[in-house]
Design a protein around this ligand. Structure first.
Ligand SMILES: CC(C)(CO)[C@@H](O)C(=O)[O-]
Length: 379
């Protein structure tokens, strides 16, 4: 008979009695053996009297009470329905709306946190998601809330860097067991660690193109969607269960890389794409048709990759250029959309973070500086 898998500390969902399976029978027979020893009728000639007798009776009562408690715990575990991970997502935009929608659509319990104005609409309409990567159009109904005080297993932070501090006011600092940001840039890590503590905060990034053309409407049009969570699955219990929940929702999820690798490999692509598409007010396809713009895009990748390596990340320039060259020609960036809609772009969080790190290491970044200056003039 195959040995059933043991209960693992990272599984909030498992019913321990079921998880140990056949092992339970072994424990039962051992318990029966002990019980027979303890409860057998003691012949009256052997019964002790006085203080010693009282100690024997107290001992027996104690054993019975412990046995009853054990039986109650087992019955409780057998009857408890399998508990799923409770995940909160902060921010109902292109990224938060997609992830919360996909999780809810897959039957995962999820709370989507948003502003009061948005909450009413979402509670009425649900999230209408059109996703190329998930190959589906669906309406999802995550629980909508404006604040989070109850404990949750994981919090995915999907607000913009520009509104992070205000968004975090919605979450009680002790509510999440694990915090994984899906923001652009680097500096949010310090803000999150200050609020939730180092031990509960793990860097994460999402590779996706996803937009929110209207409240409750999510359009995801990159060929794939992938989340990377830094560090091993085993040292903070909910990481493995969160990764499983995301995968069950159709989102490829990788774990295990270092924080520097996770953050900088995303930033090397994002910084170049966001800066070039915004500075030139052009799609990637339009940039590819103009050699001087294409060389600015590639130079921005090379400079950011050099800064990434100085920061200890394993980011290769040619690999990153190949990744960007493989993206669809109609791809632009959320920074370009923000500038076009007269919203504040993430200029400080994206190229700003790269320029600050470059200055720390004395690395020249003329292409990033040029693109940054052009965006600042447009914004
Ligand atoms: C291309 C991108 C930087 C922005 O859409 C991002 O989705 C990614 O990490 O590939």
């Amino acid at each position: 008979m195959p040995v059933p898998a043991a209960h693992r500390a990272d599984e909030p969902v498992r019913d321990r009695a079921d998880a140990v399976g056949g092992g339970r029978h072994h424990r039962r027979s051992r318990a029966r053996g002990r019980r027979q020893g303890r409860d057998r009728v003691v012949p009256s000639r052997l019964r002790r009297h006085g203080a010693a007798g009282a100690r024997d009776r107290a001992d027996r009562d104690d054993h019975r009470a412990r046995r009853a408690a054990r039986r109650a715990r087992r019955a409780d575990a057998r009857e408890r329905p399998l508990r799923r991970l409770l995940i909160a997502v902060l921010g109902p935009g292109g990224v938060g709306g997609l992830v919360a929608g996909a999780l809810a659509h897959a039957g995962e319990p999820v709370v989507l946190l948003c502003r009061e104005e948005t909450a009413d609409t979402l509670a009425r309409t649900g999230l209408h998601v059109t996703s190329r990567a998930l190959d589906e159009d669906f309406v999802a109904w995550p629980r909508i809330a404006t604040t989070l005080d109850e404990p949750v297993d994981a919090l995915l932070v999907a607000s913009k860097a520009t509104t992070l501090s205000a968004s975090l006011e919605r979450v009680a600092p002790d509510a999440p067991r694990l915090v994984v940001p899906l923001l652009n840039g680097l500096d949010h890590m310090e803000v999150l660690r200050a609020r939730f503590g180092d031990a509960r905060t793990r860097a994460g990034v999402i590779r996706v193109q996803s937009d929110r053309p209207a409240v409750g409407r999510i359009v995801q049009d990159s060929a794939a969607v992938r989340i990377d969570i830094a560090g091993p699955e085993t040292d903070i219990p909910p990481v493995a269960a969160l990764a499983r929940a995301l995968r069950s929702a159709g989102i490829e999820t990788r774990t295990g890389a270092s924080e520097a690798d996770v953050l900088w490999s995303k930033l090397a692509r994002l910084n170049a794409i966001a800066c070039a598409t915004t500075a030139f007010d052009a799609t990637l396809g339009e940039i590819r048709e103009d050699p001087s713009r294409l060389s600015a895009l590639h130079a921005a990748i090379a400079e950011t990759a050099a800064v990434a390596r100085a920061e200890g990340a394993d980011v290769d320039t040619d690999t990153t250029i190949a990744e960007v060259d493989a993206l669809r020609g109609d791809q632009s960036s959320s920074m370009a959309r923000d500038v076009a809609a007269a919203r504040a772009p993430e200029l400080d969080a994206i190229p700003g973070a790269v320029l600050r790190a470059a200055a720390r290491h004395g690395i020249a970044t003329p292409a990033v500086e040029y693109l940054h200056a052009r965006i600042a003039a447009r914004a």
